[in-house]
Design a protein around this ligand. Sequence first.
Ligand code: FAD
Length: 305
Amino acid sequence: MTSDISSRAHNGHAVHQRPAISFEFFPPKTEEMERNLWDTITRLAPLAPNFVSVTYGAGGSTRERTHTTITRILGETDLTPAAHLTCVDAPKADVDDVVARYHEVGVRHIVALRGDPTGGIGDTYAPHPQGYTSSVDLVAAIKRRHPDIEVTVSAYPERHPESTGFDADIDMLKAKVDAGATRAITQFFFDNDLYLRYLDRVRARGIAIPIVPGILPVQNFKQASNFAKRAGASMPDWLAEKFEGLDDDPETRKLVAATVAAGQVQKLAKRGIDTFHFYTMNRADLVFAISHLLGIRPGSARKAA
Ligand code: FAD
């Protein structure tokens, strides 16, 4: 199926025939995980994503591993990397140093986040005494020091777990845009209406940047439910029902997962959404299949603006 996106672009991007995609990876911990990540990158690279991003472990715990992965992507592939960065638990000088090192090796895209509270979600966030106080503060600092770095931020269609309401959340997004962010990627969601309603709220507030839907192909239902609980994302009953009885049947689970995620992106594409960010969990197969169903083929490269 080729997506029907020629007439509208609901999420703020220019209209294109082929949807634009980006992929998110996490930095590997072991040699085996590293081999797996590189197999994944090798398989997905011919799909010509706009960029690939690499996460930053809670509290900066993967600082060096994120840097190594990003540097290797820059050195060994034609892909454009985006480095995630948080400001939790770090003095400004350390954060500035991380950004400067990225800039020096040629990174020009940062996904800037505040990060979870030190004690985990549910705890009260306290900035480091010499640190950036918020994601807004971090975005502004990156843009001040390196105006040529593109900054992407987060967005929460179901509200952030700490949020006092949609208005507070959207005020925060507006402040991040005013500080220099030019794209937002959403927390994952499974009910498209939640995203589309959020998009309407964001546009009503005068925010015009692309709000790229973050898509999580559910490879493991229990694991995804745990992520969702922590992220404040809802798991619809219909989704649980689709995976019922498949705990010991990974092959069928994979087919169901591909069908569910492909259905989600195809329905969004029909509503004019032309850009997708995939949480790959460092696995290629589902994301490759879903991209294929969106009409994306190896070699059908198109760089979006
Ligand atoms: P912000 O956008 O700054 O805030 C989110 C919401 O929290 C606000 O809208 C507001 O409602 C509320 N809030 C924040 N501060 C306050 C305050 N002072 N008072 C009242 N309310 C407040 N985490 C990582 O550790 N590493 C990663 O690589 C990473 N990548 C991510 C990528 C994406 C696309 C997304 C969506 C999230 C990612 N996260 C990552 C998770 C993120 O760090 C957490 O959700 C964190 O709790 C919030 O950071 P933020 O920048 O999204 O928050």
